[in-house]
Design a binder for this molecule. Structure first.
Ligand code: XIL
Length: 298
């Protein structure tokens, strides 16, 4: 195969990218994205502040621009994200207690209803664990009660029974880290108690502070052994080492339930960490060595 998406499809997987609505008019950007990728994540447009800017008033203008571009070009869309401490609209930041809990439930219902039956994977809850302790991250959502995550998942299951429901986080790539173990224990607990969870998203933001480690494969296979799909959802690698990118692809391919890989942007210049040159295409749209390494590994 000569593109990332087609190469991933040879093993029944997908290869995706994050897309920004405000770049859909950039023909170099859309040409590369359309050619190479078959799964699309909205980089910001499906987040809480974008989809419910005023409480109870949903706005899917930019989310739908990305959704429609993807579907018109034969691609699927990962939903990102429904319950998160960050990128909350101001009205939500000022809520607490039962009012916030109900607002979270209403938000999940409102967004999932709009896309019912159209989104194969939803990141229901994003980044709910503390970076160091292995416990929960302190946030307004966490302060509504420790059961907020399972409430979010149960709400999501009822809202769209056909969507696979994911927990997504960063720095849960290294199997030895407390945060990884904290999320693993939550997923194991959810599976044992019948809380609906279908997948874990490993964001995969690798840099000098959280470097790729070869125990990544153990992390993927350990989550998969709990009975969930695993996806690499926001991959970028500081410096874009071709060897590291190939190792990551091989780690996913080694686990049957690793269903796909998404890189967090098209060109280095599109990256939220553009100074790290972490992606597969340079700022001129040229394929980097990491691109070739990924294509050959798939
Ligand atoms: C980032 C976007 O790339 C930026 O454009 C935005 O300013 C902040 O959010 N984890 C996530 C993503 O789940 O939603 C984040 O995306 C990167 C970290």
């Amino acid at each position: 195969a000569s593109t990332l998406g087609a190469a991933a499809a040879q093993s029944g997987r997908y290869f995706g990218t994050a897309i920004s609505a405000n770049k859909l008019g950039d023909s170099q950007y859309t040409t590369i994205a359309n050619r190479e990728f078959n799964m699309i994540t909205a980089e910001n447009e499906m987040k809480i502040d974008a989809t419910e800017p005023n409480q109870g008033q949903f706005n899917f203008t930019n989310a739908d621009r990305i959704y429609n571009w993807a579907v018109q070009n034969g691609k699927q869309v990962r939903g990102h994200t429904l319950a998160w401490y960050s990128q909350q609209p101001g009205w939500m930041q000022s809520l607490s207690g039962s009012a916030l809990r109900q607002a979270m439930i209403n938000h999940i219902n409102g967004v999932m209803a709009h896309y019912k039956g159209k989104i194969p994977y939803w990141d229901v809850v994003n980044e709910a664990f503390d970076d160091n302790t292995g416990g929960r991250r302190d946030s307004n959502l966490q302060r509504t009660g420790n059961d907020w995550i399972e409430v979010a998942f149960r709400t999501a299951r009822a809202a769209d029974p056909d969507a696979k429901l994911c927990y997504n986080d960063y720095n849960i790539d290294n199997w030895t880290w407390a945060k990884t173990q904290g999320v693993y224990n939550m997923v194991r607990d959810f599976k044992s108690r019948g809380v609906p969870i279908d997948c874990v998203g490993l964001q995969g933001h690798f840099n000098s502070g959280s470097a790729y480690n070869s125990n990544f494969r153990t992390t993927i296979s350990s989550f998969a052994a709990l009975g969930v799909d695993v996806a690499i959802t926001e991959l970028d690698v500081e410096g874009a080492s071709a060897t590291t990118y190939a190792n990551i692809v091989n780690d996913c391919l080694a686990v049957a339930r690793c269903v796909g890989i998404t890189v967090w942007g098209v060109r280095d210049s599109d990256s939220w960490r553009s100074y790290q040159n972490p992606l597969l295409f340079d700022g001129n749209g040229n394929k980097k060595a990491a691109y070739t390494a990924v294509l050959n590994a798939l």
